[in-house]
Design a binder for this molecule. Structure first.
Ligand code: KG4
Ligand code: ZN
Length: 342
Protein backbone atom coordinates (compact mmCIF):
# COMPACT_ATOMS: atom_id res chain seq x y z
CA UNK A 1 0.00 0.00 0.00
CA UNK A 2 1.46 3.37 -1.04
CA UNK A 3 1.32 6.50 1.09
CA UNK A 4 0.83 9.85 -0.66
CA UNK A 5 1.58 13.09 1.16
CA UNK A 6 -0.24 16.24 -0.01
CA UNK A 7 0.83 19.79 0.86
CA UNK A 8 -1.23 22.90 0.08
CA UNK A 9 0.03 26.46 0.68
CA UNK A 10 -1.30 28.46 -2.30
CA UNK A 11 -3.08 31.19 -0.34
CA UNK A 12 -4.21 31.54 3.27
CA UNK A 13 -4.74 27.91 4.25
CA UNK A 14 -1.86 25.64 5.23
CA UNK A 15 -2.92 22.06 4.75
CA UNK A 16 -1.30 18.63 4.99
CA UNK A 17 -3.03 15.37 4.05
CA UNK A 18 -2.12 11.72 3.68
CA UNK A 19 -3.77 9.15 1.43
CA UNK A 20 -2.83 5.56 2.26
CA UNK A 21 -3.81 3.25 -0.58
CA UNK A 22 -7.28 4.52 -1.43
CA UNK A 23 -8.07 5.89 1.99
CA UNK A 24 -7.70 9.48 3.19
CA UNK A 25 -6.16 9.07 6.65
CA UNK A 26 -5.64 12.75 7.53
CA UNK A 27 -6.56 16.17 6.16
CA UNK A 28 -5.41 18.97 8.45
CA UNK A 29 -6.27 22.56 7.54
CA UNK A 30 -4.93 25.60 9.38
CA UNK A 31 -6.57 28.88 8.29
CA UNK A 32 -4.75 32.21 8.63
CA UNK A 33 -7.52 34.24 10.24
CA UNK A 34 -5.23 37.19 11.02
CA UNK A 35 -5.68 38.53 7.44
CA UNK A 36 -9.21 39.70 8.44
CA UNK A 37 -7.88 42.86 10.00
CA UNK A 38 -6.15 43.89 6.74
CA UNK A 39 -9.26 43.36 4.57
CA UNK A 40 -7.49 40.81 2.37
CA UNK A 41 -4.60 38.35 2.25
CA UNK A 42 -1.18 39.96 2.89
CA UNK A 43 1.21 37.78 0.82
CA UNK A 44 4.34 38.21 2.96
CA UNK A 45 2.47 37.42 6.19
CA UNK A 46 0.90 34.42 4.52
CA UNK A 47 4.30 32.98 3.51
CA UNK A 48 5.70 33.43 7.00
CA UNK A 49 2.69 31.76 8.60
CA UNK A 50 2.92 28.77 6.22
CA UNK A 51 6.58 28.40 7.13
CA UNK A 52 5.82 28.34 10.85
CA UNK A 53 2.95 25.87 10.78
CA UNK A 54 3.96 23.42 8.04
CA UNK A 55 6.34 21.22 10.04
CA UNK A 56 4.08 20.82 13.10
CA UNK A 57 1.14 20.14 10.79
CA UNK A 58 3.11 17.40 8.99
CA UNK A 59 4.06 15.82 12.33
CA UNK A 60 0.42 15.84 13.43
CA UNK A 61 -0.80 14.37 10.12
CA UNK A 62 1.77 11.55 10.37
CA UNK A 63 0.74 10.83 13.94
CA UNK A 64 -3.01 10.75 13.06
CA UNK A 65 -2.24 8.42 10.15
CA UNK A 66 0.04 6.28 12.39
CA UNK A 67 2.91 6.63 9.94
CA UNK A 68 6.57 7.57 10.19
CA UNK A 69 8.01 10.07 7.73
CA UNK A 70 10.10 7.41 5.99
CA UNK A 71 6.89 5.47 5.22
CA UNK A 72 5.71 8.25 2.87
CA UNK A 73 6.18 7.04 -0.71
CA UNK A 74 5.25 10.05 -2.87
CA UNK A 75 5.34 13.76 -2.01
CA UNK A 76 2.81 16.03 -3.75
CA UNK A 77 2.55 19.80 -3.31
CA UNK A 78 0.58 22.61 -4.93
CA UNK A 79 2.77 24.28 -7.58
CA UNK A 80 0.26 26.93 -8.73
CA UNK A 81 -1.73 28.99 -9.29
CA UNK A 82 -1.48 31.02 -6.11
CA UNK A 83 0.64 33.57 -4.24
CA UNK A 84 4.19 32.98 -5.36
CA UNK A 85 5.81 33.31 -1.92
CA UNK A 86 3.19 31.07 -0.31
CA UNK A 87 3.58 28.45 -3.05
CA UNK A 88 7.37 28.55 -2.68
CA UNK A 89 7.12 27.65 1.00
CA UNK A 90 5.08 24.47 0.41
CA UNK A 91 6.86 23.47 -2.77
CA UNK A 92 10.35 23.94 -1.36
CA UNK A 93 9.38 22.06 1.79
CA UNK A 94 8.03 19.20 -0.34
CA UNK A 95 11.13 19.13 -2.55
CA UNK A 96 13.35 19.07 0.54
CA UNK A 97 11.44 16.06 1.86
CA UNK A 98 11.61 14.31 -1.50
CA UNK A 99 15.34 14.94 -1.74
CA UNK A 100 16.17 13.75 1.77
CA UNK A 101 13.83 10.73 1.68
CA UNK A 102 14.80 9.91 -1.94
CA UNK A 103 11.12 9.70 -2.89
CA UNK A 104 9.27 10.94 -6.00
CA UNK A 105 7.98 14.50 -6.03
CA UNK A 106 4.94 15.82 -7.92
CA UNK A 107 3.94 19.49 -8.34
CA UNK A 108 0.14 19.65 -8.49
CA UNK A 109 -2.06 22.25 -10.19
CA UNK A 110 -4.33 23.69 -7.48
CA UNK A 111 -7.34 23.99 -9.82
CA UNK A 112 -6.94 20.39 -10.90
CA UNK A 113 -7.04 19.57 -7.20
CA UNK A 114 -10.45 21.29 -6.92
CA UNK A 115 -11.69 19.68 -10.18
CA UNK A 116 -11.16 16.15 -8.83
CA UNK A 117 -12.19 16.88 -5.24
CA UNK A 118 -15.48 15.03 -5.86
CA UNK A 119 -13.42 11.80 -5.83
CA UNK A 120 -12.79 12.31 -2.13
CA UNK A 121 -16.47 11.57 -1.55
CA UNK A 122 -18.14 8.18 -1.16
CA UNK A 123 -20.35 8.86 -4.21
CA UNK A 124 -17.76 9.71 -6.88
CA UNK A 125 -18.16 11.41 -10.28
CA UNK A 126 -18.22 9.11 -13.30
CA UNK A 127 -16.31 10.16 -16.45
CA UNK A 128 -17.16 12.16 -18.47
CA UNK A 129 -18.48 14.72 -16.01
CA UNK A 130 -19.16 18.46 -15.86
CA UNK A 131 -17.71 20.44 -13.02
CA UNK A 132 -18.13 23.99 -11.81
CA UNK A 133 -15.09 25.30 -9.93
CA UNK A 134 -15.94 28.44 -7.99
CA UNK A 135 -13.29 29.93 -5.75
CA UNK A 136 -11.80 33.26 -4.74
CA UNK A 137 -9.54 33.29 -7.78
CA UNK A 138 -11.39 31.21 -10.41
CA UNK A 139 -14.78 30.51 -11.92
CA UNK A 140 -14.52 27.65 -14.37
CA UNK A 141 -17.00 25.40 -16.09
CA UNK A 142 -15.22 22.28 -17.29
CA UNK A 143 -15.88 19.09 -19.19
CA UNK A 144 -13.76 16.35 -17.69
CA UNK A 145 -13.30 13.36 -19.99
CA UNK A 146 -10.78 11.44 -17.90
CA UNK A 147 -8.10 11.97 -15.27
CA UNK A 148 -5.90 13.38 -18.03
CA UNK A 149 -8.33 15.24 -20.29
CA UNK A 150 -9.94 18.41 -19.02
CA UNK A 151 -11.66 20.79 -21.42
CA UNK A 152 -12.47 24.32 -20.33
CA UNK A 153 -15.98 25.33 -21.45
CA UNK A 154 -16.11 28.73 -19.81
CA UNK A 155 -14.46 31.08 -17.38
CA UNK A 156 -15.03 34.53 -15.92
CA UNK A 157 -14.08 37.49 -18.07
CA UNK A 158 -13.50 39.65 -14.97
CA UNK A 159 -14.04 38.86 -11.26
CA UNK A 160 -14.26 35.32 -9.91
CA UNK A 161 -17.48 34.37 -8.10
CA UNK A 162 -15.73 34.27 -4.70
CA UNK A 163 -14.03 37.57 -5.46
CA UNK A 164 -17.48 39.11 -6.12
CA UNK A 165 -18.69 37.80 -2.73
CA UNK A 166 -15.58 39.24 -1.07
CA UNK A 167 -15.83 42.63 -2.78
CA UNK A 168 -19.54 43.05 -2.03
CA UNK A 169 -18.91 42.00 1.57
CA UNK A 170 -16.30 44.74 1.78
CA UNK A 171 -18.79 47.29 0.38
CA UNK A 172 -21.25 46.23 3.05
CA UNK A 173 -18.58 46.51 5.74
CA UNK A 174 -18.62 42.78 6.53
CA UNK A 175 -14.84 42.18 6.39
CA UNK A 176 -12.76 39.52 4.63
CA UNK A 177 -13.37 36.81 3.46
CA UNK A 178 -16.97 37.69 2.78
CA UNK A 179 -18.67 34.67 1.24
CA UNK A 180 -19.80 33.00 4.43
CA UNK A 181 -20.87 36.35 5.95
CA UNK A 182 -23.01 37.26 2.93
CA UNK A 183 -24.61 33.82 3.12
CA UNK A 184 -25.42 34.35 6.79
CA UNK A 185 -27.16 37.70 6.14
CA UNK A 186 -28.82 36.37 2.97
CA UNK A 187 -30.57 33.69 5.02
CA UNK A 188 -32.42 36.46 6.89
CA UNK A 189 -33.14 38.62 3.82
CA UNK A 190 -35.56 38.75 0.90
CA UNK A 191 -33.79 37.67 -2.31
CA UNK A 192 -36.52 39.21 -4.50
CA UNK A 193 -36.26 42.66 -2.93
CA UNK A 194 -33.67 44.08 -5.37
CA UNK A 195 -33.28 43.13 -9.02
CA UNK A 196 -29.50 43.01 -9.48
CA UNK A 197 -28.40 42.33 -13.08
CA UNK A 198 -27.15 39.02 -14.45
CA UNK A 199 -24.64 39.58 -17.25
CA UNK A 200 -25.66 38.20 -20.62
CA UNK A 201 -22.55 37.01 -22.43
CA UNK A 202 -21.77 36.38 -26.09
CA UNK A 203 -19.94 33.22 -25.17
CA UNK A 204 -22.45 30.61 -23.89
CA UNK A 205 -20.36 29.39 -20.97
CA UNK A 206 -18.51 32.50 -19.82
CA UNK A 207 -19.29 34.49 -16.69
CA UNK A 208 -18.99 38.12 -15.63
CA UNK A 209 -19.46 39.46 -12.11
CA UNK A 210 -17.94 42.92 -12.11
CA UNK A 211 -21.13 44.61 -13.41
CA UNK A 212 -23.08 43.01 -10.59
CA UNK A 213 -20.59 44.29 -8.02
CA UNK A 214 -20.81 47.82 -9.51
CA UNK A 215 -24.58 47.68 -9.43
CA UNK A 216 -24.52 46.81 -5.71
CA UNK A 217 -22.18 49.78 -5.19
CA UNK A 218 -24.50 52.14 -7.16
CA UNK A 219 -27.52 50.88 -5.23
CA UNK A 220 -25.82 51.65 -1.91
CA UNK A 221 -24.51 55.04 -3.08
CA UNK A 222 -27.96 56.05 -4.32
CA UNK A 223 -29.85 54.96 -1.26
CA UNK A 224 -27.48 55.92 1.56
CA UNK A 225 -25.13 58.76 2.36
CA UNK A 226 -21.48 57.85 3.03
CA UNK A 227 -22.01 58.36 6.75
CA UNK A 228 -25.22 56.30 6.88
CA UNK A 229 -25.24 52.97 8.60
CA UNK A 230 -27.19 50.59 6.38
CA UNK A 231 -30.15 49.26 8.41
CA UNK A 232 -29.97 45.55 9.23
CA UNK A 233 -33.04 44.63 7.19
CA UNK A 234 -31.62 46.36 4.11
CA UNK A 235 -28.22 44.69 4.59
CA UNK A 236 -29.94 41.31 4.68
CA UNK A 237 -31.98 42.09 1.56
CA UNK A 238 -28.94 43.34 -0.38
CA UNK A 239 -26.97 40.21 0.61
CA UNK A 240 -29.87 37.92 -0.35
CA UNK A 241 -30.54 39.66 -3.69
CA UNK A 242 -26.82 39.72 -4.57
CA UNK A 243 -26.36 36.04 -3.65
CA UNK A 244 -29.41 35.16 -5.76
CA UNK A 245 -27.91 36.97 -8.79
CA UNK A 246 -24.57 35.11 -8.46
CA UNK A 247 -26.21 31.73 -7.94
CA UNK A 248 -28.64 32.28 -10.86
CA UNK A 249 -25.76 33.23 -13.19
CA UNK A 250 -23.85 30.08 -12.22
CA UNK A 251 -26.90 27.81 -12.49
CA UNK A 252 -27.89 29.17 -15.93
CA UNK A 253 -24.52 28.20 -17.41
CA UNK A 254 -24.58 24.81 -15.70
CA UNK A 255 -27.99 24.14 -17.26
CA UNK A 256 -26.64 25.01 -20.73
CA UNK A 257 -23.69 22.65 -20.19
CA UNK A 258 -25.94 19.81 -18.96
CA UNK A 259 -28.10 20.17 -22.08
CA UNK A 260 -25.18 20.42 -24.49
CA UNK A 261 -23.11 17.58 -22.98
CA UNK A 262 -25.97 15.26 -22.20
CA UNK A 263 -23.74 12.17 -22.17
CA UNK A 264 -22.41 13.45 -18.82
CA UNK A 265 -24.26 11.79 -16.01
CA UNK A 266 -22.34 13.38 -13.15
CA UNK A 267 -22.17 17.05 -12.31
CA UNK A 268 -19.83 18.19 -9.57
CA UNK A 269 -19.25 21.40 -7.69
CA UNK A 270 -15.90 22.49 -6.24
CA UNK A 271 -13.95 25.38 -4.72
CA UNK A 272 -14.52 27.65 -1.74
CA UNK A 273 -17.84 29.05 -3.03
CA UNK A 274 -19.14 25.45 -3.21
CA UNK A 275 -19.66 25.89 0.53
CA UNK A 276 -22.55 28.25 -0.28
CA UNK A 277 -25.82 26.66 0.85
CA UNK A 278 -27.97 28.39 -1.76
CA UNK A 279 -25.63 27.32 -4.60
CA UNK A 280 -25.54 23.76 -3.26
CA UNK A 281 -29.32 23.49 -3.10
CA UNK A 282 -30.04 25.23 -6.43
CA UNK A 283 -27.49 23.09 -8.27
CA UNK A 284 -28.88 19.94 -6.66
CA UNK A 285 -32.40 20.91 -7.84
CA UNK A 286 -31.15 21.57 -11.36
CA UNK A 287 -29.21 18.33 -11.64
CA UNK A 288 -32.12 16.30 -10.27
CA UNK A 289 -34.43 17.93 -12.83
CA UNK A 290 -32.23 16.36 -15.54
CA UNK A 291 -32.05 13.03 -13.66
CA UNK A 292 -28.27 13.28 -13.30
CA UNK A 293 -26.04 12.62 -10.34
CA UNK A 294 -24.79 15.57 -8.26
CA UNK A 295 -21.50 15.38 -6.37
CA UNK A 296 -20.86 18.14 -3.86
CA UNK A 297 -17.81 17.70 -1.65
CA UNK A 298 -18.00 17.95 2.14
CA UNK A 299 -17.05 21.39 3.42
CA UNK A 300 -13.50 20.28 4.32
CA UNK A 301 -12.91 19.48 0.61
CA UNK A 302 -14.54 22.67 -0.80
CA UNK A 303 -12.11 25.32 0.40
CA UNK A 304 -8.38 24.90 -0.02
CA UNK A 305 -7.21 21.56 1.35
CA UNK A 306 -4.34 19.13 0.88
CA UNK A 307 -6.57 16.04 0.50
CA UNK A 308 -7.40 17.16 -3.04
CA UNK A 309 -3.69 17.77 -3.74
CA UNK A 310 -2.73 14.30 -2.49
CA UNK A 311 -5.55 12.78 -4.57
CA UNK A 312 -4.56 14.62 -7.75
CA UNK A 313 -0.87 13.83 -7.11
CA UNK A 314 -1.77 10.17 -6.73
CA UNK A 315 -3.66 10.05 -10.06
CA UNK A 316 -0.78 11.82 -11.82
CA UNK A 317 1.71 9.41 -10.24
CA UNK A 318 -0.40 6.50 -11.45
CA UNK A 319 -0.36 7.95 -14.98
CA UNK A 320 3.45 8.00 -14.83
CA UNK A 321 4.00 11.70 -14.05
CA UNK A 322 7.16 12.54 -12.05
CA UNK A 323 8.64 16.01 -11.59
CA UNK A 324 12.26 16.81 -10.95
CA UNK A 325 13.39 19.10 -8.18
CA UNK A 326 13.78 22.02 -10.61
CA UNK A 327 9.99 22.13 -11.04
CA UNK A 328 9.01 25.75 -10.39
CA UNK A 329 5.90 27.29 -8.84
CA UNK A 330 3.64 29.35 -11.11
CA UNK A 331 1.43 32.19 -9.87
CA UNK A 332 -1.22 31.98 -12.59
CA UNK A 333 -2.66 29.39 -14.95
CA UNK A 334 -0.77 29.00 -18.18
CA UNK A 335 -2.57 28.77 -21.51
CA UNK A 336 -4.08 25.31 -21.96
CA UNK A 337 -2.73 24.25 -18.57
CA UNK A 338 -5.51 21.71 -18.19
CA UNK A 339 -4.44 19.88 -21.32
CA UNK A 340 -0.83 19.60 -20.28
CA UNK A 341 -1.13 16.04 -19.04
CA UNK A 342 -2.70 14.55 -22.21
O1 KG4 B 1 -11.15 27.74 -2.91
P1 KG4 B 1 -10.93 28.78 -1.87
O2 KG4 B 1 -10.84 28.35 -0.43
O3 KG4 B 1 -9.63 29.61 -2.15
C1 KG4 B 1 -9.24 29.95 -3.44
O4 KG4 B 1 -8.59 29.09 -4.12
O5 KG4 B 1 -9.61 31.08 -3.85
O6 KG4 B 1 -12.11 29.88 -2.03
C2 KG4 B 1 -12.21 30.99 -1.20
C3 KG4 B 1 -13.45 31.79 -1.61
C4 KG4 B 1 -13.53 33.17 -0.96
O7 KG4 B 1 -13.79 34.12 -1.98
C5 KG4 B 1 -14.73 33.04 -0.01
O8 KG4 B 1 -15.43 34.27 0.19
C6 KG4 B 1 -15.58 32.04 -0.74
O9 KG4 B 1 -14.65 31.10 -1.24
N1 KG4 B 1 -16.55 31.37 0.16
C7 KG4 B 1 -17.89 31.48 0.02
C8 KG4 B 1 -18.47 30.76 1.10
N2 KG4 B 1 -17.46 30.24 1.85
C9 KG4 B 1 -16.29 30.62 1.25
N3 KG4 B 1 -18.65 32.13 -0.90
C10 KG4 B 1 -19.99 32.06 -0.77
N4 KG4 B 1 -20.60 31.41 0.23
C11 KG4 B 1 -19.91 30.73 1.18
N5 KG4 B 1 -20.53 30.09 2.17
ZN1 ZN C 1 -8.77 27.04 -4.11
Amino acid sequence: MMNFLGIETSCDETSVAIISGDRLTSNLISSQHFHHEYGGVVPELSSRAHLQILKPLLEKALSISSLRLKEIDVICATAGPGLIGALLVGLTFAKGLAFSLKKPFIGVNHIEGHIFSGFLMEDKPVFPFITLVVSGGHTLLLYVKSHNEIIQLGTTVDDAAGEAFDKVAKLLGLGYPGGAKIQELAEKGNADEIDFPIASMNDPFNFSFSGLKTSVLRYIQKKYLKTDKIPEKDLNDIAASFQKAVVTALIQKCEKAIKEFNTCNSISLAGGVAANKSLRSELTKLVEKYHKNIIIPDLQFCGDNAAMIAFRGKSLFESGVRHDLNYNPYPSLKENQFLSYQ
